[in-house]
Design a binder for this molecule. Sequence first.
Ligand code: LLP
Length: 441
Amino acid sequence: MPQLNETDHEIFPVSAGLDSEGNITIGGCAIADLAVEFGTPLYIYDEDTIRHMCRQFSGGFKDAYERSLIEYSSKAFANPALAKIIAEEGLHMDVVTGGELIFAKAADFPAENLNFHGNNKGREELSEALDYGVGRITIDSFYEIGLLNEVAGEKGVRQKVLLRVSPSVDPHTHMLTTTGILDSKFGFSIETGAAAEAVEQAVATEHLDVVGLHFHLGSPIFELEPYSQAIDYVLNFAAQMREAHGLQLNEFNPGGGFAVGYVGKELPPPILAYAAEISEAVRSGCDRYGLDEPMLTVEPGRAIVARAGVAVYKVGGIKRIPDVRIYVSVDGGMGDNIRPALYSSVYTVRRTRDPYATPTETVTVVGKFCESGDFIAKDVDLPVLDSGDLLCTPTSGAYAVPMASNYNMTTRPAIVMVKDGEARLIRRRETYEDLLATSLV
Ligand code: LLP
């Protein structure tokens, strides 16, 4: 039986392979068959890969630091079927809006295992979170300290909270996805003294129980050192806050941001390397600053779901401009994956049939949206293509469909979950009726 090549093996789902006719399969299903059954563009998620990644994180971090837990960041892909798997695997989950909370509720996700993030949660959202009984709320502004204390007071509850601090550490990723530097909307800056003031205010409230600190540097982070640098800085701050305001650091959350391989030549460090770096930094920082070792939580989003998802498109028109470029148009694009247009993100593209036939052309794969910046991948080497061929992009499971839009009044794609040769729809394709449903004449 033919196999995926070595680098594709790292970036396609763990269950991916080739069938006897040379078609790419995922979870025992040929992509071409799924495209016929469910149409294109189509997003295919592999259940085995999701569970594999959950276990890599849980096991990897537990081995490195016993009192650790993994919180899946649901903004990477929020879906009830996925949330059920996340819960079954024993992970916690974070949400950042009332909408993401609704998805967690739809899966009956255990409320105690939810953490509500976000830099501008509204009164209604906080109220919904308290009513559901979320385990933690991570506070991001002075306004929120007052607002949450008030809402919790109205409901007669005392809410466990973390404070999000900003450590002024640059993780060297895309500017638009950098969050832990001084010039950021997120978190209380330690450098400016805002974080110390936030601790003082929050511990003095009646209805907030400050259980620890949180930070998140950005995403995706290919380097390990920014984590240990920031952890040291924040633990030092925590020790100072214990002296100044009696802060007890029972829980510590250095965020997510773990990178994944989108293309074979840019593979990230293994999860075990992140686990070792972070655990060691927490242990040595606690030792250095005389703190008890806290419960450690990390929040991977991308690294849990990116590799599990594969996007499938059908080729339409092909435009050849001699000596300039070949444009291959597909039936999706920036409407279902804006990442190339927004961050210049790179993706691997494969023809789903006979993917390793000798590449004959360098092409640019573009979408169907009325924007010149609407592309999937620039200058990729592919075998000769015909209209009607299927192309797929692996590592499309994170931040593609969640950031999808109805631009140009397109319908958002269907999503299927595959396992052991079976495919089940976990989100149906939108219809024209859906597009019209919210507009009034
Ligand atoms: N925790 C917090 C507080 C976050 O803000 C994020 C991501 C995560 C955890 C999860 O980060 P991850 O492990 O997925 O890297 N749309 C961008 C990514 C934005 C990430 C926003 N926050 C992209 O497509 O690359």
